[in-house]
Design a protein around this ligand. Sequence first.
Ligand code: ATP
Length: 141
Amino acid sequence: MAELLPTSIQLEVVTPDRQVVHESVDAVTVPGKRGYLGILPGHAPLLSELAPGEIVYSSGASKRHLAVSWGFAEVLPDRVIVLAQTAELAEEIDLKRAEAALTRAEGRLKKVGDSSIDPQRAQEAYQRALARLQCARRKDV
Ligand code: ATP
């Protein structure tokens, strides 16, 4: 007898501090290190490192966005588990704080070459702030 394919995905997003998402969804997109991964029920198993960016997930007509900084995603046919260093739903993001972080990071990136500046750290802070700003500016429905 043919095995039935799953029709939904159980999405879990957790950080060291809290569980951010625990929901059954129709589709999810995660920011993988080598590009965005679109996942539908029945996806082949894989493990991916995450890059700073947005997780987008939908159930029926509703679509939600959250910003993640770094972590790992495990994809199974009926489950996606994201272990993230930080994760904020779009509506939780403090826009002013992210703008200030972006301005700070841009200032540091302009001073790359100074012995006081760690270029990789500045670049990572820039990417985190950019991901938060992009995510906060979306409208979840
Ligand atoms: P900042 O310099 O503003 O602290 P950061 O990128 O260094 O930014 P992180 O170390 O990635 O901050 O995150 C520290 C904590 O603050 C995490 O719990 C994260 O979810 C939260 N956080 C960071 N920036 C924001 C923001 N703009 N809005 C809401 N929560 C945020």
